[in-house]
Structure formats: structure tokens, C-alpha cells
Design a protein around this ligand. Structure first.
Ligand code: NAP
Ligand code: MG
Length: 500
């Protein structure tokens, strides 16, 4: 069971993986799928199986929705005081912090990412998100409204708004940040008083299921958090379910559109965090070394499997050759290996499917005439490892420039002036994030205004914070996660007007 003998697993991870097939969490009980079926989840560093997981399908989704409905309609969840919800959510954050190493290892095994980074970034941030929204539970407020009521000039009124939970929420998450994406949805949904069904990605169900144990340990009432592992059909059943009030989704733009179609039946609310092909713009007056390091982080973090990955690197022509060579040299230094190895900086891609997709784009880029300054092929001959790849001599119409690759691949394009670079950067169906590197503060802010993206990071990349709203323009999504704005997706406003 120890995937890689040299890197011992914590007792918690060994116990979790050794304890037989993982079950679904429905109505406070761990239960097998109605069909009795399971599927195998694998370690992408070796391809070896890790454990079996219950294969939830529409019947299981239906059971979970009924449990969530019961917990929402009949309690005790909606009648619980906000400060009681606050304490439960805070407890989840604390348990995650206490068990960061265990969660980090499990994430590394299931996803391929570095265990150290998973503990320090994914798990630590997830804990922060639970604590942040724990604080919001007591601060979700309506307002009193000064109404004029022109058709009743002599009467008096007391008008106010209530911000209520939406109800039963389906949360569908991808495999790139399995625990973190789940926490971005779970924490605000629960703070606002909703009940949920979480559907993790088929490639990475394990930390979601371990998190189910944490919710139980923290003392959440039965049915408030339900977890159904399975495939796309389980997500589709959740999206189409007549008794689900809202779907929050992170994943591909293609599946996002299917969710919009499926939600039509009962017009459930939908929020979407979708794909990206984000521009990262380096002006010649930027701090060169900081921009090289930041630009590498922009496209290589999490092996490029980031919706915000800065994979279109626009570099001012005066420094183009020197800068792209420096980025390629830095990429060539990155230590590649399995996620459990503490010295690893770049692990394997998540799956055979993703490996095939990324290596397909490498071949397409080369066939189109792009030149790889570094990389351009798989790394080693086992596992789903791909060399970090910097492409130059690219044209805006190449697929490697237009399409989301979701791997360690960047396409660099020169530009010759501030005028025009924003238009080139905006030439995409996506609009999730952007980076700008310059010492000229006015140029930085001017460019930030012209960029059509939900997040703009200046002299840094991946400048996320739990308090900052995050989401897409254009086909990168609907709605915002994180921050105060993140609660909007999980609350609905009622206007109450009293004749006095
Ligand atoms: P995906 O298909 O969009 O998967 C995301 C989640 O949606 C998973 O839990 C998935 O379940 C579920 N799902 C699949 N079909 C569904 C349907 N018809 N209705 C409801 N839910 C459904 O993404 P993927 O297949 O993992 O990756 C494909 C590509 O999407 C990647 O190569 C990448 O380009 C992009 N992607 C983007 C993000 C992002 O953060 N923006 C994240 C991941 C992937 P299964 O896992 O069982 O399919
Ligand atoms: Mg899929």
C-alpha cells in the first residue's frame, strides 16, 4: 500500500487507505453505492491503485438530495444559531490544520502534487477558508429600506430585506485542487445555512471523503454535508435534480455549459468557475528577476493544472529573447519527481487522459512550427510526467495559444508597445486572470483596467486571498467565489414590507 517505499505514509493515511472500500456519506451514515459498485483510484506517479471507492450514481444522488432536503427543511440546521454554525465551521478549520500532513499526503497520492506543497498551500488554505466563512456566519445581514410607496402617500411602512440560504446545494469539483475547491464551496454554503451534496472528481475522491470524517468529528448534524463519489453521470444527475436549489461547479467550460442546460428544468441557481488561458504581460521596465520567477510560477504551479495558469506570456520585444531564455533556463532547473518526495517541485499530471491531452498539444505546437526553448516531451518512461515546456515562434492562431492545455506548457509572444497589448491579451474566449509586470505604476493600473479578467495581479502572479473575490469574465464563468461576494452565490434576498 505504501506507494513509494522511500517515503513513508502517516498512520492516518495508512489507516484510511487500508480500511476497505471508501463509502458515500449520506444522511450522516457511511453507505455503499446502491448498485454495490466501486471504482479504483490510482497514484499518478506510479499508476498503482490506492484504494476502491463507492461508485455513486443517480440513485445515490437521489438519496443524498433527500437527506440534504430533510436536514434543510426539518432541521436542525436552519434553526441552528449562526454562532453555532460558526463554531462548527471553525472546528473543521482547526481539524484540517491539525491533520495537514495526513491530508497533504493523501492529496499527493491521489492527485500527484507535492505533499509538502499540498499541506502548506492546499490544506492550510482550506483551513483558512473554513475559518474565514465561520466568521461570516454571524455577519450575514439584510438591510432596512426607506421606501416611498408613491401610491400610499399617507401610510407608513417598515421595509427590510432578509438574506436567506438558497437551500439544497450541489457542489461539483475538479481534480486539480480537490480539497481546496471543495472548501471554497462548502464553507460559504454552510456559513449561510444551506445543506450540501459534494461530488468530487473521479480522479481524486479521497480527500473529500476524509473531509466527511472531519465534518462528523466536528459535530455537524446528519444530512447537512453529504458526499457522493462517482463519475460525470453523478454530477449530471445532481445538476438535473428537481429538488436541488443550486449548483456550484468548478471545471471545464464544456461541462459548465452542460450544467447550464441541465439546470433549466427547475431553473436552479448556478455558479460556475470554468477554464482559462490567462495572459501574463511583462513590460521591459519590469524587475527582471522577479518577473522571471513570477512568470514561471504563473504557468508551472500545480504542474500547470490551474484554471488561472498564465500560459500566454506576452513579453515586450526589447527583452523578449533574454527573458524567455531566462524563463526556459529556470524551468529546466525544476526538480521533477513523485509528490511524496519532499524535494519534488513538479510532479506527474493527474491521469493518462490528461497526459495524452498535454502531450497531444506538445505535438500540435511543434507541428504548427513552434520552437521549444526547453521541454517539449514526456519526462522519464513511467508515470504521467511531462517536461516543463516554453514555446516561442508561436502565432496567435495556434491551438497552444488559444486552448486550455492544463499542463506545464507556456506560449511566449512578443509585443512592441503598451498600446495594443491589452487587446492581444483579451483575444480569448476566456477571462479568468492576468498578470502585469512593470515598475511604472500608472502603466500597471491603465493596463489592469483594459484587461477583461476577474483577477489582475500586478508584479506577482496567483495573488489570491480568501477575502478577495475570484471568478471569470466571458466563458470563464458566472458569479464569484471567496470574499464577501462569495456569499452571494449561497444566499437569496427576500424583501419584506410591513404596513404600520
Ligand atoms: P470536468 O469534466 O469539467 O470535471 C469537473 C467535475 O464535473 C468533475 O467532478 C466531473 O466528474 C464532473 N462532471 C463531468 N461531467 C459532468 C456533467 N455532465 N454534469 C455534471 N458534472 C459533470 O473536467 P475534467 O474532465 O476533469 O478535465 C477536463 C478539462 O477541463 C481539463 O483538461 C482542463 O482543461 C479543464 N479543467 C478546468 C478546471 C478549472 O479549474 N477551470 C479544473 C479541471 C479541469 P468526473 O471527474 O467524474 O468526470
Ligand atoms: Mg471529465
Amino acid at each position: 500500500m505504501t506507494a513509494i517505499a522511500d517515503f513513508p505514509l502517516t498512520a492516518g493515511v495508512q489507516g484510511f487507505l487500508g480500511g476497505g472500500p471508501k463509502k458515500l456519506l449520506i444522511g450522516g451514515e457511511w453507505t455503499s453505492a446502491a448498485s454495490g459498485r466501486t471504482f479504483v483510484t490510482c497514484d499518478p506517479a506510479t499508476g498503482n491503485p490506492l484504494t476502491e471507492v463507492a461508485h455513486g450514481q443517480s440513485e445515490d444522488v437521489d438519496r443524498a438530495v433527500r437527506a440534504a432536503r430533510q436536514a434543510f427543511d426539518n432541521g436542525p440546521w436552519p434553526s441552528m444559531k449562526p454562532n453555532q454554525r460558526e463554531r462548527l465551521l471553525w472546528r473543521v478549520g482547526d481539524i484540517l490544520s491539525e491533520r495537514a500532513e495526513e491530508f497533504g499526503q493523501l492529496e499527493a497520492l491521489d492527485n500527484g502534487k507535492s505533499a509538502g506543497i499540498a499541506s502548506a498551500v492546499d490544506v492550510a488554505w482550506a483551513a483558512d477558508v473554513f475559518r474565514y466563512y465561520a466568521g461570516w456566519a454571524t455577519k450575514i445581514e439584510g438591510s432596512t429600506v426607506n421606501v416611498s410607496m408613491p401610491f400610499a402617500p399617507d401610510a407608513q411602512f417598515h421595509a427590510y430585506t432578509l438574506r436567506e440560504p438558497v437551500g439544497v446545494c450541489g457542489l461539483i469539483v475538479p481534480w486539480n485542487f480537490p480539497l481546496l475547491m471543495a472548501s471554497w464551496k462548502l464553507a460559504p454554503a454552510l456559513a449561510a445555512g444551506n445543506t450540501v451534496i459534494l461530488k468530487p472528481a473521479e480522479q481524486t475522491p479521497l480527500t473529500a471523503l476524509l473531509l466527511g470524517e472531519v465534518f462528523q468529528e466536528a459535530g455537524f448534524p446528519a444530512g447537512v454535508v453529504n458526499i457522493v463519489s462517482g463519475f460525470g453521470d453523478a454530477g449530471a444527475a445532481l445538476s438535473a435534480h428537481e429538488d436541488v436549489d443550486k449548483i456550484a461547479f468548478t471545471g471545464s467550460t464544456e461541462v459548465g455549459k452542460k450544467i447550464v442546460d441541465a439546470a433549466k428544468g427547475n431553473l436552479k441557481k448556478v455558479s460556475l468557475e470554468l477554464g482559462g488561458k490567462s495572459p501574463n504581460i511583462v513590460f521591459a521596465d519590469a524587475d527582471f528577476d522577479a518577473a522571471v520567477e513570477g512568470s514561471l510560477n504563473a504557468w508551472l504551479f500545480n504542474h500547470g493544472q490551474c484554471c488561472v495558469a498564465g500560459t500566454r506570456l506576452f513579453v515586450e520585444d526589447k527583452i523578449f529573447d533574454e527573458f524567455t531564455q531566462a524563463v526556459a533556463d529556470a524551468a529546466g532547473q525544476v526538480k521533477i519527481g513523485p509528490g511524496l518526495d519532499p524535494t519534488t517541485q513538479l510532479g506527474p499530471l493527474v491521469s493518462q487522459e490528461q497526459f495524452d491531452k498535454v502531450t497531444g498539444y506538445l505535438a500540435a505546437g511543434l507541428a504548427d512550427g513552434a520552437r521549444a526553448l526547453t521541454g517539449g516531451k514526456r519526462w522519464g518512461d513511467t508515470g504521467y510526467f511531462v517536461e516543463p515546456t516554453v514555446f516561442v515562434d508561436v502565432k496567435p492562431e495556434f491551438s497552444i495559444v488559444r486552448e486550455e492545455i492544463f499542463g506545464p506548457v507556456v506560449a511566449a509572444l512578443p509585443f512592441n508597445a503598451e498600446a495594443g497589448v491589452a487587446a492581444a491579451a483579451n483575444d480569448s474566449i476566456y477571462g479568468l486572470a492576468a498578470g502585469i509586470w512593470t515598475k511604472d505604476i500608472s502603466k500597471a493600473h491603465r493596463t489592469a483596467r483594459q484587461i477583461k479578467a476577474g483577477s489582475v495581479w500586478i508584479n506577482q502572479y496567483n495573488g489570491f486571498d480568501t477575502a478577495m473575490p475570484f471568478g471569470g469574465y466571458k466563458q470563464s464563468g458566472w458569479g464569484r467565489e471567496l470574499g464577501a461576494a462569495g456569499l452571494d452565490a449561497y444566499t437569496i434576498t427576500k424583501a419584506v414590507n410591513v404596513a404600520l
